[in-house]
Structure formats: C-alpha cells, structure tokens
Design a protein around this ligand. Sequence first.
Ligand code: GCW
Length: 667
Amino acid sequence: DGNDGYRLWLNYEPVRNASVKSEYLKYAAFIGRPASGEIMQSASQELQLGLGKLLGKSVNITNSFAGKSGGIVFKIETSADTAQPVEGYRIQLSGGNMIISSKSEQGILYGTFALLRHMQMQLPVKGLNLASSPRVRYRMLNHWDNPDGTIERGYAGQSLWKWYELPERVDPRYADYARANASLGINGTVLNNVNASARFMSQEYIVKVAAVANVMRKYGIKTYLSVYFAAPKTLGGLKTSDPLDPQVRAWWKEKVAQIYKEIPDFGGFLVKANSEGEPGPQDYGRIHADGANMLAEAFKPYDGIVIWRAFVYKADPNADRFKAAHEEFVPLDGKFDPKVIVQVKNGPIDFQPREPFSPLFGNMPKTPLGIEFQITQEYLGFATHAVYEAPIFEECLDSDTYVNGAGSTVAKIVDGSLHGYERTLIAGVANTGNSRNWTGHPLAQANWYAFGRLSWDHQLTSEQIAREWIALTLTQNPKASGHITALMLRSREIYVDYNTPLGLSRPWMGVHFAPEPWQNKGSRPDWTAVYYHRADSIGLGFDRTASGSNALAQYRPEVQKQWNNPDQTPLPYLLWFHHVRWDKKLSTGRTLWEELCTRFYTGADSVVWMQQQWDLAKPSLDPQIYTDVAERLKVQRREAIWWRDAWVLYLQTFTKQPVPAGFEPPK
Ligand code: GCW
C-alpha cells in the first residue's frame, strides 16, 4: 500500500515502538464523549479512526463512562475550572483516564488532534500534560479560486470546490480538507478569489456555499466569501455601488441577511477594493473606511466580520509601490468600524522571496491589522521548486518594528498584544488544489502545515515544525529526517540565491515564473521588470533612502538605521534599499558584481546538494514520494540554471564584465 500523499500529515501509521504502544493501549478501552454537538462528534470519530490505525484496535465511543477508567475522555470545562482561552485545550492523566478538556467543543477537537500528533510521533504517555491555546483569533486560508474551477496562482490542479455539482453533490474531499485544517487549528476559510465574481452573492451560489459550510462547521471552520464591491450595481441592478448611498447600504444589509439564513455561522467578507483594477469606494470619491464600514454595518446583527485588504498601489511609474499601502491606510487609522480587520501582506510589495516587513505594521495602532502570507508559491517556483516557507513567515513575524520601543515585533502587533486588538488574524493564500496530494509538490504540504501551526502559535520555530511534519508525513528515521530537515531549512536561501539575491525583487508581468529581467513594457507602467530592479550602467537596486523614494522614512528610526547606510545594510536587504555601484566592495570582500555571480552560481549548484540530501533519505521514504520529489528536484536544478543564466546575461549588458574566474560562463 503505497503512500500517494492524499492523507497528508494524518497518516496514522501503526505505532511500531512496542513499549509506547502498550502505554497507549492502557487508555484505549473507550472514548468517553458527553452528549455533544457535531464538533465533538467529529473529534470522537477522528480519535476512533486514529486509534484504529495507530493501535490496530477498534475503540468504542460511549457517553456512559462515569466511574470507568482506561479510556480517553472529553471534558467541557467552565470558566470556574480554568482561565484557559476558549479554544485552548489541556490533555492530562487523571483517575486512570486520559482527559482532553477545553471550554469549547472546538478546543476538544484541537486537543484530539494534538494527542493524535503525539501518538503518531510515538512520544511517551508518562507524565502527559499538554496544554495549548491559540495566540490569534482568526486563523484562516484564503482561496483564490474562481467559479470556473481555475485557481489564480494555483499550481496544484483545479479548485477543490465543484460549484457545478453543488449543492446536491458534496464531494467527500471537503471533509478531508476540513480535517486537515482543523488538525492545525485553522478556523476559517475564504472559498473564492479576492478578484471576486459577483456570482457568489446570488441565491444560486449562496446555497452552494452553504453546502460547503455545512461540512466545514463540523470541524470548527467558518466559511467566508470574497466580495465584488460593485455587486449592488452588476448583480443588484442598482444605479450605483456608492457606499454612502442608502439603497446600496440596504442592498448589502439584505444580502448579508440572506446569507445568514442559509449559513447561520457565516464568517464574513474579505474585500479587495481599488486594487489592481477591482472596484471600490474610491470609484465614488469615498475612502476605504466608507466601504468597509458600510459592510460592517450589515454584519452588525451577526458574528461575522469584514476583512479589508491593504494591498493597494497606483499605476504610476514615478511612485514607489513600496510606499503605497502606508500612504493610503495610515491616515485612515481610527476610522474603521470595530468589526473591520485590515489585512496586510507580510511585505510592502508582493510576496517576494524575501521582503522587509510591511511598514504598515505598528503604524495603525487603532486598527486591528491582520497579516496575509502566501502559501502558494507564486514567486517561489510554483510546484516544481522545493521552498520551505516557514522561515519566511518566521522572519517577518520576528521582525522588530520598534513602534513601542525594542521588542515590538510584527508578531506582537498581529497577535494583538502590543496594541490590544480584540480581533486578530493570520491569513494564508492556500496552495491546495485537486491534485491527488493536494499541493502538487509533496514538500509543499509542509508549507500548508507550517502556516497552520504558526497561525496557532507563532513562537514555534521553523525547525521544530519541519521535524514534526517530516515525522508525521515522511519518515521517523532520525538520519533520514536529519537530511530532509537540512534540505528544507536551507531551501529558501538557496532559492533566493539563484532567483533574487541580495534583495533583488521581481514582481513583473504575467505568470511570475520565467526569468525575464529585461521586460520593460507591460499593460501598466509599474508592471515591468525594470521598475523593480533598476539595473543601469552604474549599478543595481532601488534607492529607497532620502536620496531616492525615501520609503525608509515609513519605518521607525531604529529600523531606518539598520537599512539606511549601504555599508551597514545586511546583504539580504541591500538592493531593496540601495542603488549599488557594480564595483562597490561589499562586506564579503567581493564587488557587487562578483557577489551577485557568486550567489547565482552557488545557489544553482546548491540544488545538487538538495538532491543529495534527498537521496540520502531514500531508504526511509515511500518510493512513490521519493520519486516524485527526486524528479521535481531535477526540474528545479534545470530551472535554477535557467534563472542564473538569464540574470547573469542580462546584467552583463550593463556591467560589461565577465563572470568571475571559477564560474563557467552562461550558455
Ligand atoms: O500577488 C499578486 C498576484 C495577483 C493577486 C494579487 C492580490 C489575487 O499576482 O494574482 O490577485 O497579488 O493579492 O490581490
């Protein structure tokens, strides 16, 4: 029975360690579940499934367990019992039972998955005392899925959501999707693309969405929709979609009410407005807050929220896109309804392989700012390059904004601890599709996993998460796990080296895959390659100091100090902030040109090292997964050379210098 990757990290392979197994069996007499709702039912079913596979024993679920011992018991706690947050859980041994307790059914579900994770890793029962609660309230995936089944920036097949079959046919895969997410603590999902179709606001689609929501609910996941801001006009037949127009406001109120009739626990709306051509309040001379607050008002009678994206920039060749979101949103601080969360991409530009943190973080103390990461590998080699993203997420969350002095990390802004936000959010743009293994590249599963784990607890480290994922998904052989951990942890730096070293950026036109640094025409003046990298006969990089766009001024002085001076700017950020002369000597002792070449070449060669690590793990891997990754690594090697050569040849048209001795010239 080969492993085709469908089960993700929920493999539940039989426990092989006999002594650990016998310890587990002491608690496998029954699953004690008090009378409960459907989330606890899911938890008990999952536990039954897991124990069945892990221990080879079919364990009964019962609600008459008083006085019994030798089982795993679910217990709902009251506020008097514990100060633990509502979604948190605790797992302890007591009275001969293993008790999973929480104030909520959702917490019981998370505790159940934590216990199953513990058992999958064959960790001891002795002294078991696990407790955890989420640091962030809304932990969600954003799907950029279109009604026709395509996925914007999706590289793992077609959409999971089969709109043409819904609501009658409910694909069993929806439940597996929900299980996978719940196992990480994800509690929300936005089903459709932020470049939204108004169709999702029609009754025809609302009932389809409701059928999906019925599955999600069983796993504690709320369903959200992206909305097309001009829907009152295009769908509702009104003359305008002006957010201050009473008819428009009434239309949205009614729309929200209509949705709640079908989906009583509906999560809310996600909105991309006045961004990349999408309609928005500015079309009517209004501000973002007018649009967001109008929608928030429609949600007033309900639990739902409005998530308003801050991903905005103008088609202006002379402006610096880096500064746009800060310029538009900071003046709006304090103007948003409390039901609104502003969702900010981790970096100021667009999910580049490495970006400095967005200067919006910390600069809107009166507005809850959620963070948006991209799990799908739009700029990270789609589904053929192995790039473990946890270090990207971690790097941003750990960045110090200095807004309230040292230690004001992005994580503390996002989790609400710095500014006391009541509503906190972490979102990830999903990398799932209908590929049998969900993510195309088997190692990309780790990115979904890492996002979920970090959204629950941003203090976990990239390495911890990698080791855990490998143990659950690939192998528990320590040597093999060591090789794969090494590969994963270095993969992002390697990619950066052959793709965008030293702080180059590359969000140019089109599919965002091929190297085309020469591209100087696009459908917008800022959608060219040259806009971003600024190569010329003198040097390379974007001057964002006072002599250039002065984007640095959007950061606190302590941060400016790190990046202001080209002699002191850490090399990974150099070309983000400086236009550097080709012959400038860097801290490595090499000139800029030599350093670039060194990175491009060692980066591309390091893919061979990745291949070696993977091969060393081969004896411990499922053959199907081994081969899949090995073949993708071959593609990655070929494409890394392609990136290297494209950059080097292009940059040589400016530097007029050969590649340094020791490196073969590009073909
Ligand atoms: O990263 C860019 C993508 C667009 C995307 C946009 C956004 C959904 O290239 O495809 O549109 O960002 O985040 O809105």
